[in-house]
Ligand binder design. Structure first.
Ligand SMILES: [Zn+2]
Ligand SMILES: [Zn+2]
Length: 111
C-alpha cells in the first residue's frame, strides 16, 4: 500500500513531508483520512491539532450549530405572557411577545 505523500512547508517555513493519515472519528467511530493536503493546510494555519471528526460529522455539527438559536426567557410587557426572544432582555426595555409585537407593528404602520 502506497500512501500519498507530498512535501510542503509548515508555518515556520520548515520543510515537512506530509502523508495521508487514517484517523478515527470521535463522534461516529468510523475511519477517515486526514489527507496530506489537509495536513499542509493545517500546518500553514499553524494548527497543531488533528481533526477529531470525519467530514460528515463535522458537517452535521455545523448544521446543528447553525440551527440552534439561543433564546432568552422574557415576559411580555403588554400582556404578561411568558415568551422567548432571540436577544438578552435588558432591564428597562420592554419585551413583547410575538403577537403583541406584530400588533404594535401593525398599529405603528397605520399611524
Ligand atoms: Zn464521524
Ligand atoms: Zn404579549
Amino acid at each position: 500500500m502506497t500512501l500519498f505523500q507530498r512535501y510542503g512547508y509548515n508555518y515556520l517555513g520548515e520543510s515537512v513531508m506530509y502523508q495521508d493519515e487514517t484517523l478515527i472519528c470521535e463522534d461516529c467511530g468510523s475511519e477517515f483520512v486526514f489527507t496530506a493536503g489537509e495536513q499542509e493546510f493545517y500546518a500553514e494555519k499553524g494548527l497543531t491539532n488533528k481533526p477529531k471528526r470525519c467530514a460528515n460529522c463535522r458537517k452535521l455539527k455545523k448544521q446543528k450549530h447553525r440551527g440552534k438559536k439561543r433564546m432568552f426567557d422574557a415576559v411580555c410587557a403588554k400582556c404578561g405572557k411568558q415568551t422567548q426572544v432571540p436577544f438578552n432582555p435588558t432591564q428597562g426595555r420592554d419585551v413583547l411577545c410575538k403577537e403583541c409585537f406584530d400588533a404594535e407593528k401593525a398599529a405603528s404602520a397605520e399611524a
